[in-house]
Design a protein around this ligand. Structure first.
Ligand SMILES: Nc1nc2c(c(=O)[nH]1)N[C@H]1C(S)=C(S)[C@@H](COP(=O)(O)OP(=O)(O)OC[C@H]3O[C@@H](n4cnc5c(=O)[nH]c(N)nc54)[C@H](O)[C@@H]3O)O[C@H]1N2
Ligand SMILES: Nc1nc2c(c(=O)[nH]1)N[C@H]1C(S)=C(S)[C@@H](COP(=O)(O)OP(=O)(O)OC[C@H]3O[C@@H](n4cnc5c(=O)[nH]c(N)nc54)[C@H](O)[C@@H]3O)O[C@H]1N2
Ligand SMILES: [Mo]
Length: 559
């Protein structure tokens, strides 16, 4: 986030696009609802009627994968109605003219045709967001998990610059990060093209600095991305893999392809706190300890580095990740020499300008928000006050590009995937508590009652969901939460792993998969005569067993 969570309480307009905030970021959702209580205008852009959307003054229900057209439509109104902050655009940005040319091609009526959102709503949102001084924009996976993920984020950046809603308190471009330390992992360089603090691998000066600190020659070429690595295994270019804290058998698109790749490897190491689905494929499993059994830091979504304190003793044999890696490194001939986590933090501070003043002993109370360049600095609640990191902010002219796999006659419905409140990802962790399982025992597909009616699908009945890549069997949840033509399936259930059917197409720049749009068809199933009516919940049951009990319903097809 460019800004801070606390600022939400006093914001006047909140524009939430592609985030199911109260379910996936409930603490932040609470701040948003507090702001609404105090009179803030909440605008939500999400095809589904999420919980947060119910509190919105305006809910834009665009077709999945049309956010660029929606945002261009909003910006078209802002420019044509004279709502641009001209002084900010002149002082702080570049490339406005090129950008304006593209946006002029998206009057609200054109945007309406692409997105399905009425032009009048687009106008209303543009006026509220632009004229309210304290307007914050939030986004999450609903706009990033697309082949146009980078385009979507850049369009949001265009919008905040156009209206000068950046570089001030209670404004900003605020991505809500997912896992507790995904921000920290990225900050520390767990990305293919950067060292810690986003210093580029390709930058010779940065590289020399790290080479000097570590006493080793470092590669000048960026590494592969997650999805690229599995492709390279299948191409025979990668022979061994070390997977830590990730369960790609369930979480990666094209689950079949991932399993094939894992089987093809000569050697696989998995380092996890549980025997995950991916660990089943490993030659060696290294037991790590959980957050409660170790110390160190986590960096949260508002860039706040927080101290983690050990609460319980680790189980026999399990070790913190940093220690396991250190010991392996030592056995491979390179002694990292860390004896405790504060020593790692000291090295991070030395090599990472934004973390320069972040040391364990300074984090005791509330932590510190980077950039915190030196030991006398108290951290930064919001970014880009006087200038952008790179100087001027660049407007990007962005045209609408449709999703990789549109609906057609054979696969007439758009599937979007995501999360639910009572589950966490691949369920290696949350799947171990009976309380959470009780709340959402089985996978489901949310389907609009009109689509369900046409297909002869009854609420809570079993259906088969098929794409060009595979199929799963789930329960139908007939609802108005998802609009006609769109269905939603959560990705948490290994018995109905939705990544067997999602599209493997990725964004050309960020390589993030298009989890949010693919084409599917749905076929109702009915119990076979004589078969047991109820299928007991059994995690060993797979789709074949289910299909033995059910058959396609023919009588109820309406074409
Ligand atoms: N309980 C729980 N909380 C979690 C997680 C969890 O597994 N369980 N996971 C965490 C992680 S790692 C992450 S990344 C976050 C993710 O948090 P979110 O991004 O909020 O969650 P998602 O369910 O992936 O998707 C968000 C919304 O995007 C909408 N959407 C789908 N297609 C489109 C589209 O084309 N445009 C727009 N604008 N919206 C669209 C969906 O309807 C959905 O409501 O949640 C974090 N919090
Ligand atoms: N269809 C579809 N697929 C998706 C998404 C979607 O919206 N739709 N969302 C994507 C997103 S945003 C995300 S973030 C991914 C999540 O995908 P994953 O990260 O693969 O999912 P998790 O279940 O969180 O797996 C994390 C693993 O880390 C282990 N673990 C937990 N703590 C520790 C630790 O301290 N050390 C070690 N070594 N291991 C630990 C857990 O036991 C678990 O096995 O899924 C992605 N996949
Ligand atoms: Mo995530």
């Amino acid at each position: 986030m460019t800004n801070s969570i606390e600022e939400i309480d006093n914001a006047k307009a909140l524009f939430v696009i592609g985030s199911n905030t109260t379910e996936q970021h409930p603490m932040i959702g609470m701040h948003m609802l507090d702001a609404v209580d105090k009179g803030a205008t909440l605008i939500v852009a999400d095809p589904r009627q999420t919980q947060i959307a119910k509190f919105a003054r305006i809910h834009l229900r665009q077709k999945s994968g049309t956010d660029v057209a929606l945002l261009n439509g909003i910006m078209n109104v802002i420019i044509n109605e004279g709502l641009v902050d001209i002084s900010f655009v002149k002082r702080r940005t570049e490339n406005f003219d090129e950008f304006e040319k593209i946006v002029m091609g998206y009057p609200p009526e054109v945007a309406e045709k692409i997105t399905g959102v009425p032009a009048s709503e687009i106008r209303r949102v543009a006026r509220i967001y632009a004229t309210e001084k304290r307007s914050m924009l939030f986004y999450s996976m609903g706009i990033t998990q697309h082949v146009t993920g980078v385009d979507n984020v850049r369009s949001c950046a265009n919008l905040v610059m156009l209206t000068a809603h950046i570089g001030q308190p209670m404004t900003g471009l605020n991505p809500l990060r997912g896992q507790n330390n995904v921000q920290g992992a990225c900050d520390m360089g767990a990305l293919p093209e950067v060292y810690s603090g986003y210093q580029k691998v390709s930058d010779a000066r940065a590289r020399r600095k790290f080479e000097k600190a570590w006493g080793k020659k470092l590669p000048a070429k960026p590494g592969l991305t997650l999805t690229g690595m599995f492709d390279s295994v299948l191409d025979g270019k990668i022979k061994a893999m070390y997977i830590m804290g990730e369960n790609p058998v369930i979480s990666d698109p094209g689950a079949v392809h991932v399993k094939e790749a894992l089987k093809k490897l000569d050697f696989l190491v998995v380092q996890d706190i549980f025997m995950s689905d991916t660990a089943q494929f490993a030659d060696v499993v290294l037991p790590a300890v959980s957050f409660a059994e170790k110390d160190g830091t986590f960096t949260n979504t508002e860039r706040r580095v927080q101290k983690l304190r050990k609460a319980i003793r680790p189980m026999y044999g399990a070790m913190p990740d940093w220690k396991i890696i250190g010991e392996i490194s030592e056995k491979m001939g390179y002694d990292m020499g860390y004896r405790a986590t504060h020593e790692i933090m000291e090295e991070a501070a030395l090599l990472t300008p934004a973390y320069g003043g972040i040391l364990h002993h300074r984090l005791d109370d509330f932590g510190l928000q980077w950039p915190c360049p030196d030991i006398n600095h108290n951290g930064t609640p919001f970014l880009h006050r006087k200038k952008f990191t790179k100087g001027l902010g660049t407007f990007n002219p962005i045209d609408f590009v449709p999703p990789a796999e549109p609906a057609d006659d054979e696969y007439p419905l758009i599937l979007t995937t995501g999360r639910i409140y009572f589950r966490y990802h691949t369920a290696t962790m949350c799947g171990r508590t009976s309380t959470l399982k009780r709340e959402e025992p089985e996978c489901f597909v949310e389907i609009n009652h009109k689509d369900a009616g046409k297909l002869g699908i009854k609420n809570h009945s079993k259906v088969r969901v098929l794409s060009r890549r595979g199929e799963i069997v789930v329960n139908a949840l007939v609802t108005d939460k998802t609009p006609e033509g769109i269905v939603f399936i959560p990705f948490h259930f290994r018995d109905a792993a939705v990544n067997l059917i999602t599209n493997t197409a990725v964004d050309p720049v960020a390589k993030i998969p298009e989890f949010k749009v693919c084409a599917v068809k749905i076929v109702p199933l009915v119990p076979k005569p004589g078969a047991r009516q109820a299928v007991p919940y059994d995690k060993k049951n797979d789709i074949k067993i289910l299909l033995d009990l059910y058959e396609e319903s023919e009588a109820e097809h309406e074409g």
